[in-house]
Design a protein around this ligand. Structure first.
Ligand code: IPE
Ligand code: IPE
Ligand code: MG
Ligand code: MG
Length: 319
């Protein structure tokens, strides 16, 4: 008997979702299909479609529609990563070279577009207008969040701006992933609770990703750590650090948009060794706690137990 994981309950479902994701009509161009297959099959934690499947099973959603929905959620996520890595010029993810490391920027943009289009097709396969509506709205929010982050990079974000940004770029998709199964099941009250759970979990999850960018190991996260600060992107640990060290010259240079004037290596180390990390972890824990409190109002059973475990793992992980 292996260690029980919240993923176990929907492992068979996930295999079918994976198959559906890869059923995309590949463009007949040399070696692009291989890149796309790599991309869609390259693992990742699959937390978003797992949430969709667990809520879908909790609400007894018919499985064909549920699998399309879960596939749509993960394909959207994959598309945003393809574009995010191009924008950030990231060279690897999930321990493998990114699409932009292998292809021209133009090709990378188009491959991301292809995935967005495929996700729309999968969402449409649920046959539910409310789900498609929620999906499109979430996508608009995610992309707007990414634009704000790109354009506002050298601003001076406080807690309020930071929260607004991560609600957009991450929590919106978590919300849609959790809310949609209830919509498919025709259970609007439960869907609203699941949406609120997803929103809080998404915030906690992105905060943890931002902490791991300081404390993580590349080998475990599969992506280059320290890159947020190197790009002048101010996230939760830096915001917490600034409260304790308002006069840190390197951080102030970064926040003033003078990235070249800051010793980022020194600053990274200083934040890692400060109490800002524990503070940030405690804030992420608060959002996970809010998520858990909402979850407690949904039907008890194995699916809720698995969601509870997943909530804990979302803020206590090394990848
Ligand atoms: C990465 O998402 C981007 C964020 C919103 C933090 P994940 O951490 O879910 O990435 P994969 O899918 O597991 O690679
Ligand atoms: C994820 O944010 C981007 C989207 C949610 C679209 P990050 O920039 O923090 O993700 P990683 O760290 O590159 O995975
Ligand atoms: Mg990134
Ligand atoms: Mg990150």
């Amino acid at each position: 008997v292996g260690t029980a994981s919240p993923y176990d309950l929907v492992r068979d479902d996930m295999r079918k979702v994976e198959r559906r994701m890869r059923a995309l009509p590949f463009p007949a161009v040399e070696s692009l299909p291989a890149t796309l297959k790599d991309l869609l099959g390259s693992g990742g934690k699959r937390i978003r479609p797992t949430l969709t499947l667990l809520f879908g099973r909790m609400f007894a959603v018919p499985q064909e529609r549920l699998f399309s929905l879960a596939a749509a959620v993960e394909v959207v996520h994959t598309a945003t990563l393809v574009h995010d890595d191009l924008i950030d010029n990231a060279q690897y993810r999930r321990g493998k070279p990114t699409v932009n490391a292998r292809w021209q920027p133009g090709t990378t943009v188009l491959l991301g577009d292809l995935l967005f289009a495929w996700a729309a097709q999968l969402a449409a396969a649920t046959g539910s207008a409310p789900v498609m509506q929620r999906f499109a709205a979430a996508l608009t929010t995610v992309v707007s969040g990414e634009i704000v982050q790109t354009v506002g990079r050298s601003g001076r974000p406080g807690m309020k701006e930071y929260l607004h940004r991560i609600r957009g770029k991450t929590a919106a998709l978590f919300t849609a992933a959790c809310e949609s199964p209830g919509l498919l099941a025709g259970l609007p009250a439960e869907a609203r609770l699941a949406a609120s759970y997803g929103e809080n979990l998404g915030i906690a999850f992105q905060m943890t990703d931002d902490i791991l960018d300081f404390t993580g190991k590349d080998k475990e996260t599969g992506k280059p750590t320290g890159s947020d600060l190197r790009q002048g992107l101010i996230t939760l640990p830096a915001i917490c650090y600034r409260r304790e060290h308002p006069r840190d010259a390197d951080l102030n240079a970064l926040m003033g948009g003078r990235v070249g004037k800051a010793d980022v290596g020194r600053l990274l180390q200083a934040v890692r060794e400060s109490s800002a990390i524990a503070r940030a972890q405690s804030i992420a824990g608060e959002y996970a706690g809010k998520a858990a409190a909402v979850l407690a109002r949904l039907p008890a059973g194995p699916h809720r137990d698995a969601l509870n475990d997943l909530t804990r793992i979302a803020v206590d992980r090394n990848r």
